[in-house]
Design a protein around this ligand. Structure first.
Ligand SMILES: [Zn+2]
Ligand SMILES: [Zn+2]
Length: 134
């Protein structure tokens, strides 16, 4: 089943042909800044299951573990829609919220809790890591 993630204005889209391989919440400071939220949630798909469409700009940063992450965002509305994490090069990460779809699977991992806000908690069972290469 096809799912589509897109930016706020709709011009940058990522179309996927199935369910994500995994979903992770990340509480690191970079994810807080990127999303403007207390944590970010990523849906990871094998690269060959994703079709990208629309103009995008790139913002590169190093992760806290020193590896590169390449963020792609819409030049018109600024939403980051997907990114390439160098630590798992065969995957593309897509902004969970860009799917705006309640049927998406729940996060299986909560990473970088060491940098998270103490009032953020999940009510379902998932893996917890104080830190995580991201
Ligand atoms: Zn846009
Ligand atoms: Zn993070």
């Amino acid at each position: 089943m096809t799912k589509i993630a897109h930016c706020c204005c709709g011009s940058l889209r990522a179309e996927v042909g199935g369910e994500p391989a995994f979903v992770a919440a990340c509480h690191c400071l970079e994810c807080q800044r990127r999303t403007g939220s207390p944590f970010g949630v990523s849906a990871f798909f094998p690269k060959d299951q994703v079709r990208i469409e629309g103009p995008n700009k790139v913002y590169d940063r190093s992760s806290d573990s020193g590896r590169k992450v390449e963020f792609h965002f819409c030049p018109a509305c600024g939403s980051t829609v997907f990114w390439y994490p160098a630590f798992i090069p065969e995957f593309i990460a897509i902004a969970f919220g860009a799917f705006a779809d309640q049927s998406m699977p729940w996060p299986m991992l909560s990473a970088w809790e060491a940098e998270g806000h103490p009032w953020v908690a999940f009510d379902h069972e998932l893996d917890h890591r104080r830190r995580q290469d991201d």
